[in-house]
Design a protein around this ligand. Sequence first.
Ligand SMILES: [Zn+2]
Length: 506
Amino acid sequence: MGKQIKTAITPTRAEDYPQWYQEVVKASEMAERSPVRGCMVIKPWGYSLWENIVSILDGMFKKTGIKNAYFPLFIPLSFFEKEAEHVEGFAKECAVVTHYRLEKGADGGLEPAGMLNEPLVVRPTSETIIGDSFSRWVGSYRDLPILINQWGNVVRWEMRTRLFLRTSEFLWQEGHTAHATEAEAAARTSMMLDIYARLAEEYLAMPVVRGRKTAAERFPGAVDTLCIEAMMQDRKGLQAGTSHFLGQNFAKASGIKFQSAEESEEYAWTTSWGASTRLIGGVIMTHGDDDGVVLPPRVASSHVVLMPIIRKSEDRVKVMTSVETLSNALKNITYHHHQLGVEIDDRDIGGARGWDWIKKGIPIRVEIGPRDIAENSVYVGRRDKEHMDKVSINRDRFVGEVTNILDEIQDILFERALSFRNEHTVSIDEHTEFYDFFTPKNQEKPEIHGGFAYAHWCGENACESKIKNDLGVTIRCIPFDAPPEKGRCICCGNASSGRVVFAKAY
Ligand SMILES: [Zn+2]
C-alpha cells in the first residue's frame, strides 16, 4: 500500500489541472466569481499583486517617455467600424449599450426608457477612440511622437470564462503611440515587448519566448504583432503580453495626419501594446503547487507572515510584544525599493493558520513562541520548500538576511520554471511524432501532455489551420531566437525556412 501524501489542494495538478487551478484561486482568496456572469471579484490578496505589477510596469513605461491619460469606456459604433479588420476581429466579443435611463414599467419593475441614437460599444480595446483624439492632437511633425498609456478595464464578452485567464471584464493597460516614421514606430513596438519580457522574467519569474505572431494570430488590424509566450505547468502556452505595430492602418482610419518637415501631408505610424490581469493567472499556473499559490517575492502581495505561538495566556503579552518589535524591524527594510510587506496572524485556529498562508503563497512564514524568544531565534518556513522543512534562525541574522532569502526564492522559482519549460520543449520533424506529441493517451480525461514543439512550417495558413482543427494546437510565435534553418513543413512537407513554436494555449 502506497503512503497517502496529503496536499492542501484537491485535486492535485496531475489529477485535474483545470479544477486544481480553480481550487487554488479560491483557497488563496485572490479572486472569486461574481453574480455577473463571466466577471470576477478581485479580492485584496489578488489585487495587491496587481498593484505591484502596475507599479513596476508604470515605472518602466515612464522611463521611456510614456505618459498616462484616460479615454472613455464607451466607443461610438461608427468609430469602431472605421477599421474593417479590427471590427471583424472584435465584433463577436462586443458588449453594446443601446438604451439609457430607467423608468417604472407596467409590472412595477424598472425598464430602460430611452434608446440611444447611436449604440455605444463598451471598449474591448481603444485604438479607435484614442485614434480620434490623436487626429486632433497631431498637426505637424513637431507634435510627434505621442506616447500615451491608459490603465483601465475592458470588456470582451466571453462564453467560457476562467478567473484571471479569461473573463468578460478585465483590468489592463493599453499603450498607444504615434510616430512620424515607420522605423521609429517599429522600434517602439520592440521596446515595449522588451519591457513585458523583463516584467515576466525578472519580476514574475516566468521565462518567456519572444517572437512574432503569424498573420492568422495577429491583433485585428495590426501589421505585425510581437508577443511573449510562457509555458504553464500543464504545458500549455500563455500569451503574457503583446505589442502591435499598426503601420498606418489606424492612422488612415482615424485621420491621424501631420505636416512633415518637407511640408507634405503624411499619415502617422502607430503602435499599441497591452498586458492584463491575466498575468496573475500566469503566475499562479507557473509557480503554484499542490499546496496552493507560490508567489515570486518581487511581486508578492506581502513577503513575511509572523505567527505568534501562544499556548498559555500569561505568555500573550510577551510574545505579542516580541512579534510587534520584529514586525517593525522588518517593515523598516526595503526590498527592491519597496517596504517589506509584513503580516501578523494571531488567530487561534491551530495548524490551519500556517496552511492558510501556504495556500496564499506568501514567501516566508515565521513562528515565534516563548522558547524562540528565550533563544533569540525565529522558526522559519519558506514557500519554495516543503511545508515541514522549517529551520530555527537567530533572530538578528534573520532580519539581516531576509532580503537575501527573498532573492534566493525568486531565483529558485525562475530556475524551476525554466527547467520545466526546457524539459517539455522539443524539436520535431516527423508528422506522426508531432501528432503523437499533442495527443493525450486518455481521450476522455486528457492527462497533462504536449509542450512547446519547435517545428517547420511552410508559412501557409492552410497548414496552420489544419493543425489547429486536428489538434487544437496553434503557432504561438515565430521565435526571434531560432536560427534560420531549411526544412520541411510539419503539415504539408513543403519547403520551410525556419521553425516556429507550436503549442496548445490558453
Ligand atoms: Zn505547410
